[in-house]
Design a protein around this ligand. Structure first.
Ligand code: ATP
Length: 200
């Protein structure tokens, strides 16, 4: 059985929190392969008009170039129309593999209202990673996870890692304000953002 991880997001831009989360996910779920999948037109979030999907993809490739076992995939970007997680899981599923889906707090709380949640729970094991800024949501998350367990009969696993306090929003705001993003995103991503004048 291959253990395959899936980590999706807007990644506009990908930052150190994403990289650390991906590494902890690989280690703690004993993944053979991790697919990092930037969304195409995401149904969960308004898109950032100025940065193209190809640029978000490129930044992910740069961020994960040195992380063994990571495949940065353009499968959701290539797909026409909105990206639905259930379609991605379906595309990656197979008899020889077990799928694990990494979700942050925001995503975990809304999972029950995505397209075909019962199918999502059939196709994968959701894995939860907490962000430090989400402390206020701890109780809500515990309740939600218990609710999913009851409704879908599947246990949500949990990654334990030292959270890195950074968001893409913060990175974009700092760039717009002319502040340094050093240490918040991988160096190669910072260089790419600067060379291409992104998020100004
Ligand atoms: P934005 O600030 O634009 O909302 P974001 O930083 O939340 O962006 P996304 O691309 O939306 O980045 O995140 C993809 C996934 O990674 C989500 O499941 C999110 O919860 C998770 N995530 C984002 N930042 C971190 C972090 N610092 N630590 C752990 N998980 C994170």
């Amino acid at each position: 059985m291959l253990r395959i991880g899936i980590y999706g997001g807007t990644f506009s831009p990908v930052h150190q929190g994403h990289v650390a989360a991906a590494k902890a996910f690989m280690e703690q779920m004993w993944l053979d392969v991790l697919y990092v999948i930037p969304t195409g037109v995401t149904p969960h979030k308004a898109m950032d008009g100025e940065v193209t999907a190809a640029q978000r993809l490129r930044m992910c490739e740069l961020a994960f170039a040195d992380v063994e076992g990571v495949i940065v995939s353009d499968m959701e970007i290539r797909r026409e129309g909105k990206s639905f997680t259930v379609d991605t899981l379906q595309a990656l599923s197979g008899d020889d593999r077990r799928l694990f889906l990494l979700l942050g707090t925001d995503m975990m709380l809304t999972l029950g209202s995505w397209r075909s949640p019962e199918r999502i729970f059939e196709l994968c094991y959701p894995v939860y990673i907490r962000r430090e800024s989400d402390q206020a949501l701890d109780e809500e998350i515990v309740q939600k996870i218990a609710e999913y367990n009851q409704t879908y009969g599947k246990v949500v696993r949990r990654i334990v890692s030292d959270p890195i306090e950074v968001s893409s929003t913060e990175v974009r705001e700092r760039i717009r304000a002319g502040q340094s993003i050093q240490g918040l995103v991988p160096a190669r991503v910072a260089a790419y953002i600067e060379e291409n004048g992104l998020y100004l």
